[in-house]
Design a binder for this molecule. Structure first.
Ligand SMILES: [Zn+2]
Ligand SMILES: [Zn+2]
Length: 276
């Protein structure tokens, strides 16, 4: 990270870490673009690699440059979308065309990715910081990826990555998925939980690792979101990369997930969504 990469986003959002990549675990590299992460995951034996998520629009050149640093001229076997929010799919079509690589998403995410319906309006009263108040301006789709989109295999296998499986983690969106590698317990959580308080401009600016529930303004089903965090905590991940914020691991992750589950309704949910 250097001063030249610290720049303002059009909405006034700031990112300290733009275009910053870090190795999270063997063969797993997180690249931060503005305020969102993408992940490059390689399979050492086959030589395959896969891109997880596709950032905001017009980020394809930075993603391609990072891929070339990591993999030379090898193209990815697939681009896998944890979900279809605008900050995770913005450059998906351009990348898919560039590499001739298929996109994959969970079947419950298809309506938002095939033009059928937009995501519900953002919950601008969800609290947590100024980004929530701005979230009504965020694009809600739907996107038109029909020509390059496939459904993730029902058996949990991840196209191109033999040692990984995908896990259904709905709540933030109906078809949200996370990815997990059992052998070293590496987790790619998407927005099932994140490692920065994404609603707070101040916290996003600082980018200090702190576990937080899914971004509040866009989370559709809080009961499912809680169950999804519990499912991921039960895997006892050693290291996690999330959709927003720095990688997190060790006790910070273990105790952070435990604490999140114990205080989910008080600390991580919008107050007006409490069910009495
Ligand atoms: Zn999201
Ligand atoms: Zn997100």
């Amino acid at each position: 990270m250097n001063d030249a990469t610290r720049r303002y986003l059009p909405l006034g959002l700031i990112s300290l870490n733009d275009n910053h990549s870090v190795q999270v675990a063997p063969c797993v590299t997180q690249l931060t673009l503005k305020f969102v992460n993408v992940c490059f995951v390689a399979e050492p034996h086959s030589g395959n690699w896969v891109l997880i998520d596709a950032a905001l629009p017009r980020q394809e050149h930075k993603i391609i440059a990072c891929a070339e640093r990591l993999f030379g001229d090898r193209v990815p076997a697939a681009i896998i979308l944890t979900h279809g929010h605008f900050d995770h799919v913005g450059s998906a079509l351009e990348l898919s065309h560039h590499w001739q690589a298929p996109l994959y998403a969970h079947r419950f995410e298809l309506p938002y990715l095939t033009g059928a319906q937009p995501y519900p309006p953002a919950d601008t009263a969800a609290g947590g910081g100024i980004i929530t108040q701005l979230s009504g301006l965020f694009p809600r789709g739907p996107y038109q990826f029909d020509t390059v989109l496939s459904v993730l295999p029902e058996d949990g296998s991840v196209p191109g990555l033999d040692s990984w499986r995908w896990i259904s983690t709905p709540g933030h969106t109906p078809g949200h998925v996370s990815l997990f590698r059992e052998e070293d317990k590496t987790l790619i959580a998407g927005d099932a939980f994140v490692s920065v308080q994404q609603e707070s401009l101040h916290k996003v600016f600082l980018q200090r690792a702190k576990l937080s529930g899914p971004p509040r303004y866009f989370t559709q089903d809080w009961g499912q979101a809680f169950e999804s965090v519990r499912r991921l905590a039960n895997l006892k991940p050693a290291t996690a990369t999330t959709g927003h914020g720095p990688p997190i691991g060790g006790a910070l992750l273990t105790t952070g997930l435990e604490h999140m589950l114990n205080h989910f309704y008080a600390d991580h949910m919008p107050k007006h969504r409490f069910m009495h």
